[in-house]
Design a protein. Sequence first.
Lengths: 202, 202, 202
Amino acid sequence: MSEILDLVGIFVFALSGALMGVRKRLDVVGMGVLAEMTALGGGVVRDLILNVRPAAFQSLGYVLVPVVATAIVFFWHPHVARVMPAILVLDAAGLGLFCAVGTEKALEYGLSPLHAALLGVTTGIGGGMLRDVLAGEIPTLLYDRQLYAVPAMLGSGAMAGLWAHGLYGWPATLAAAVLAFGLRLAAMRRNWRAPLARGIGE
Amino acid sequence: MSEILDLVGIFVFALSGALMGVRKRLDVVGMGVLAEMTALGGGVVRDLILNVRPAAFQSLGYVLVPVVATAIVFFWHPHVARVMPAILVLDAAGLGLFCAVGTEKALEYGLSPLHAALLGVTTGIGGGMLRDVLAGEIPTLLYDRQLYAVPAMLGSGAMAGLWAHGLYGWPATLAAAVLAFGLRLAAMRRNWRAPLARGIGE
Amino acid sequence: MSEILDLVGIFVFALSGALMGVRKRLDVVGMGVLAEMTALGGGVVRDLILNVRPAAFQSLGYVLVPVVATAIVFFWHPHVARVMPAILVLDAAGLGLFCAVGTEKALEYGLSPLHAALLGVTTGIGGGMLRDVLAGEIPTLLYDRQLYAVPAMLGSGAMAGLWAHGLYGWPATLAAAVLAFGLRLAAMRRNWRAPLARGIGE
């Protein structure tokens, strides 16, 4: 079941990568490469840090799902102008799913709850950061003052906390993912902001 | 013999990195750092994913060849204006060699043909992407509408296909490398292009 | 004792990352993420190449020190205008410490002195390059014509040389770190420059 949540996360991150390709006027191949990297980047980094062979290089689904996502965006995306909001919502969904699944996998490999949550955040933000850096932009994570990393931390922290209390399995993972996703959406809608250091001004 | 092809790939990628340094007006040290990273980046990522210690940190040649390439560019490059075409041709040669050698190494470590080809593409495009991102540019791979990733995929796929039919050794590796190199050159010369998604326009 | 030097390096790199966040007008969360990545990036790459689980995902101090550094910068940094010189000095200190500690760890894991020094340089420059790329800038390392990589190479080389002569322990590590730090500061103060290739002009 965790594999299914992981594949859903790969799918929505791949959509966000392919849409970023549309926004940057890349051709279908560039869209596909960006979709693969956005979708698989966070998980590959997670698995390298856990010192296991990355799942993306063992499973057929991990490689093919971004191809499908690219085809959908290529044939179906309605107007370029509507792309950016869709990228942000899909990115929020991928963030939530990858935080929860990444934290869970790290706990299974014996990391402490704190470090598992840190690796979950890394998994969640890795793909999107790679997408933005490759597209020549400062990562949304850093630039966007609407809270981005905080929902990731709370979702990963919730996953680690549930695990530490003996609650795990796909309902716990899904709950942590939905928590991070909902907080990120709320931060975007309600314009929640973290403070700036003194002397910068608004 | 595969080691020799690998070193040739390192040499041409290092030349492309050092020439990018010239184009960006970096000094000789910056040229050298960019040459090392362009030449060794793809292979290091490949070896990390295969979960073995990167060849670049075990072999003398891997470290010294980019130093030689940097010296050649430093003393010999004729005019800055002629640099960009040379970067593109050398990059195509490195792409072909790294795709073929990377796929071969992945097959030797037991990956399936599909995943070996994916890792070969990663090896081929990794160094050049790192070079472009560090130089503050969107990777050629994404931006250039003349086919870049498709030759890499076909070269890596050819290598995996030959292997699956019991054909391997340096002639097979070289053939796959030449295939990817030739396709990339033809794509540049004949301006072959992949389609854009609807609504972007030309 | 090496752990203490490593933590000092993490602290000063984290300060430089948080200050870069101030310069880019990031909020406190973005500052923290940039601080963590700057501080931990070089060491994570080092440990991935050594094929061991990264220290950052096993130790409490590695994760918390950047949080403390971010809080200090958030409450205390005096004026944005004074930020850039401080980034450069702290970056030089982190460079020296990470080169020395990274080379030492690589030697302990059995790399040859040459490759250990190369990995020390990688450790030293990795975090700062990540910081600059994420902040949307060409890495200082490449762009700044005042010597940057040369002090790193000499510091790492000194560490490897001392080790090869049976001299190790924290005084040797600290001496190598101070050598690289001092050379980098001198290069900035005295404007030491590496040559450009012909045809670029000054």
